[in-house]
Design a protein around this ligand. Sequence first.
Ligand code: GLN
Length: 305
Amino acid sequence: MSVETPVNETEWTIGRLLTWTSDYLASNGVEEARLASEVLLAHALECRRIDLYARSSEFADDAPLVRFRELVRRAASLEPIAYLVGSKEFFSLSFVVTGDVLIPRPETETLVEVVLDLCKQAGWAQPRILDVGTGSGCICVTLLKNLKNAVAVGTDVSRGALEIARGNAERHGVADRLTLVEADRLALPEDAAPADGFHVVVSNPPYVPKAEVETLPPTVRDYEPMAALCDGEDGLSFYRSLSAGALRILTPDGLMALEVGDDQAPAVIETVLNAGRWSHQATVKDRVVGQDRVIVFAPDGSTDV
Ligand code: GLN
């Protein structure tokens, strides 16, 4: 199938293509190579992944085969599969992704679940949510999709990301309840912050310490936006900014739910509690890696914020 493989293309059934590609990608260091091969072939054939099985003994046409060969070449250089096919599933919704945005991770679904539970428990009639560093919009769009009365503001420093988030909000029918603003951390324009505050501040900030960027897998480090991965400091600077500024924009019964990196939970809890006037409400593990992944804080009720 490769440029180097002198095989007549007409011999390539869908089943054989998958077996060959899966071995080839695995030998190039692609993780979950079988799944990657299926996703790429389904994309090239413009069919669903599940349909590949029924079509296993069919021969692929030339045009999709040419498309597939190009995708496989790029995947073998460790370009993320989600960028190659232009979308990623998150919380059972499909999100458009480009190199402008971090690819939604299954671990982040835990953050969404936690916020959904908190909103249901709190019983706010119209939850007002702020998503700091929204990227593809996967967090705020999923929350809005699942909380019919909620409204949200999503911020990002990247215009490219905001455009993608806008498209995803439209795609999932929540654009009328989402305000997207170009802003760094909590530097919101006056008119973007509701007068009575937000009920929830949620964020999956860039938390990879600068010193650890080199240890990231190449598929992450070389392709995903560095500003979405790393804060350029010790990985805790967003937690410092959020704990310093979020009390001013939260309702007294509001909550702040933050994703953290592997092994970062103790440092994040310490950072936020040191900022003062916060209480630690919960720490929740994700189901993928099994690490403490989401930390929930609330204003501790002391005055003068
Ligand atoms: N979880 C991402 C990774 O796999 C990092 C995302 C982030 O910094 N928020 O590297």
